[in-house]
Ligand binder design. Sequence first.
Ligand SMILES: NC(=O)c1ccc[n+]([C@@H]2O[C@H](COP(=O)([O-])OP(=O)(O)OC[C@H]3O[C@@H](n4cnc5c(N)ncnc54)[C@H](O)[C@@H]3O)[C@@H](O)[C@H]2O)c1
Ligand SMILES: [Zn+2]
Length: 387
Amino acid sequence: MLTEYNLKMPHAVYGGNNAIDKITQILKIENVHRVAMFTDKGIQTSGLFTLPESAVKAAGVDYYVLDEIPAEPTYTAVQNLVDEFKASGADMIVACGGGSVMDAAKLASVLVTNEYGVKELLDDPSRARKCVPILLIPTTAGTGAEVTPNAIVAVPEKELKVGIVNENMIADYVILDARMIKNLPRPIAAATGVDALAHCIECFTSNKANPFSDLYALEGLDLILNNIEKACDDPEAMDAKNKMQIAAYYGGLAITASGTTAVHALSYPLGGKYHIAHGVSNAILLAPVMRFNAPVCEERLAQAYDRCCHEELKTCHTPQEKANWVITRLENIVRHLDIPTSLKEFGVPREDLDGLVEAGMQVQRLLVNNMRTVTAEDARNLYLQIM
Ligand SMILES: NC(=O)c1ccc[n+]([C@@H]2O[C@H](COP(=O)([O-])OP(=O)(O)OC[C@H]3O[C@@H](n4cnc5c(N)ncnc54)[C@H](O)[C@@H]3O)[C@@H](O)[C@H]2O)c1
Ligand SMILES: [Zn+2]
């Protein structure tokens, strides 16, 4: 376990019933003149956007809507959006959406400058300086992007997704209102829920795990393992959905204090090259990578079992049995939620294997966090397993 660690987090988070109404108060406190509201067409179509929009209107503040954000945008798509944002003259950002919208908004919050653009931040993330305050409202549960200092963009020329990390992108305000995820379509709830699950279990078994990340990763894991199916299957299960929203937030805190591992690392080329949704590519890799890791993190997985498997289910005794229970539970969740378990339906040809291995091995930022060293041969075997 690390001997040095830290945790930086948003200045304030508001949750619970009608939390969206807090927007009005926040805008008054910030004394802003013009708000840029980031969202996307999916949120607009679902009718969800009217909630934050009404709260902004109630503050009597002028606002401008940017909703041309594609899912999992490229860095050039984000730069176009940033240019539009800069021209809007807004002095605060309110972003309402999934990870794609929140990441684009986070980048915009550090890009009201002509000194650097998104491309320059890809080369040198340390250049990012906060330019305007930002409030994030997640509509998936989820990426945890509302908490983290990370923004992920697709880089087509590298056929990869790349994370830009700088603490200046940590949000000033976060609002967790379960109404925003109530009608999330089941496939999106499932994939984003498994993404949050991956954040928790990867951070708990990361070389960078520490007391802060363990606290949030384990609590998030407990909430997800015991609520994810219900939250996805039953549109009325507001208690389970609330717990998923909080767990996704905890997953984001665990990422901030620690870091994800080989699941996310090997998943980036699948998003970058084949445009497989982030949650789906993680779900496909989750159990195979955790099985690969098990020999070196059995004790950690056993701890996760002790914390998350509740009395009536407890039948395992040895660390090996407990670790196996956790990994089997991951497999069962992915299967129950009807998320693909292999790359078959995405038309990934076997000839692409070398390229995938090469691209996956580039994600050393995360691979170094993996407790079991991942060689190119290991990456090849893992990709082969899911082909
Ligand atoms: N910054 C981070 O720390 C972090 C962490 C993990 C993932 N990510 C990134 O986040 C992105 C993925 O975000 P995501 O998984 O939240 O999905 P997303 O933001 O890409 O949204 C997926 C689709 O769901 C729709 N949608 C979202 N919420 C909805 C709702 N409540 N009702 C109806 N439709 C809704 C959107 O319109 C979109 O079409 C990826 O680019 C990924 O790399 C970032
Ligand atoms: Zn993720």
